[in-house]
Write a protein that binds this ligand. Structure first.
Ligand code: ATP
Ligand code: MN
Length: 292
């Protein structure tokens, strides 16, 4: 499933966190790790770069820094026996990272929610946010490092039964299979959407029941797929606002990882990321795997 895993690094704590998840996965999936640092070309390709000499100096310093931060992760991988390779590229990080992933047949990108340059008050750094929005390769975003020896024992698969949710389910099941984890299939009956369109919803007989049936069907489908792979599964249908209900489940269920699609049933394709997924990526304390 994950023959090659990309860890983009800016030398931050966030990238180091992402590297730990990547090494955890690489050990289990026997993957090769790619460490990539992007020298941000836009900084010296600006008008200011008229001052050729200074721009040149600046660029050299950036390149040096990129090589150093790649080296720092290299040092950590050296002792592990894992296969890895390194790259320093020039470009705009949020574009160069997905491009590198495409060019090198990367199966998974592991990124921190925060980097070196951002403000702590931002929920997710701009590079990670853009990569999640645009990458065709699945992205694992993490806010904190896994515990020593940790594995992903409980994996949450939120589903609205859509085709878009389905790809993430494959990934969740593949992970559960390798980690001998339990899948938690959760579908939320979206009462907030009802309130908007039906003036209370409950007043319309049968509407909630119909939605509930849809949710039951969605989790049953996940359960069936799990059983086919001999993976433990629990199912749950909740009511409420999807991202809140998913967040609450994560807190109660001792979940270690969430896997979800970049889109669901209700979103418009022109949005690069569904609102539920966006909110979970922004707020989750545990790693989130997003799959397009
Ligand atoms: P911002 O840059 O938006 O001010 P930030 O620095 O906190 O905020 P990001 O830049 O998005 O957040 O960093 C998040 C992750 O993105 C990092 O942990 C790292 O994995 C990756 N990253 C950021 N910049 C680079 C880069 N120049 N090269 C490679 N990876 C990068
Ligand atoms: Mn940054």
């Amino acid at each position: 499933m994950y023959d090659s895993i990309l860890v983009p690094t800016d030398g931050s704590e966030g990238a180091s966190t992402a590297a730990r998840h990547a090494t955890n996965l690489a050990a289990v999936f026997d993957s090769e790790i790619h460490i990539l640092s992007v020298v941000n070309a836009s900084i010296y390709n600006s008008d200011l770069a008229d001052l050729d000499f200074e721009a040149g100096e600046h660029r050299e310093a950036l390149e040096e820094h990129a090589t150093e931060v790649v080296g720092a992760l290299e040092d950590r991988l050296d002792g592990t026996g894992l296969a890895y390779r390194t790259a320093v590229e020039e470009g705009v990080p949020s574009e160069a990272i997905p491009a590198y992933a495409e060019d090198h047949d990367i199966d998974l990108i592991s990124m921190g929610t925060h980097g070196r340059t951002g403000l702590d008050r931002l929920l997710v750094g701009s590079v990670t946010e853009r990569v999640v929005r645009t990458s065709d390769v699945p992205v694992l975003t993490s806010r904190s490092a896994p515990d020593e020896q940790s594995s992903y024992d409980d994996i949450l698969l939120p589903t609205d039964g859509s085709e878009a949710a389905s790809a993430a389910i494959d990934h969740g099941i593949a992970l559960a299979d390798r980690y001998d984890a339990t899948i938690h299939a959760l579908s939320v009956v979206d009462l907030s959407a009802l309130a908007g369109s039906y003036d209370g919803g409950a007043a319309v007989p049968g509407v909630i029941e119909t939605l509930e049936e849809g949710s039951e069907q969605a989790v049953a489908e996940v359960a069936e797929r799990c059983e086919r792979h001999d993976v433990d599964v629990r199912t749950e249908v909740a009511q409420g606002t999807p991202y809140q209900a998913i967040g609450a489940y994560v807190e109660e269920g001792e979940i270690d990882l969430v896997a979800m699609g970049t889109h669901g049933r209700t979103g418009l394709d022109r949005y690069l990321l569904g609102i539920v997924t966006e909110r979970i990526v922004r707020t989750s304390e545990i790693p989130v795997l997003t799959v397009r």
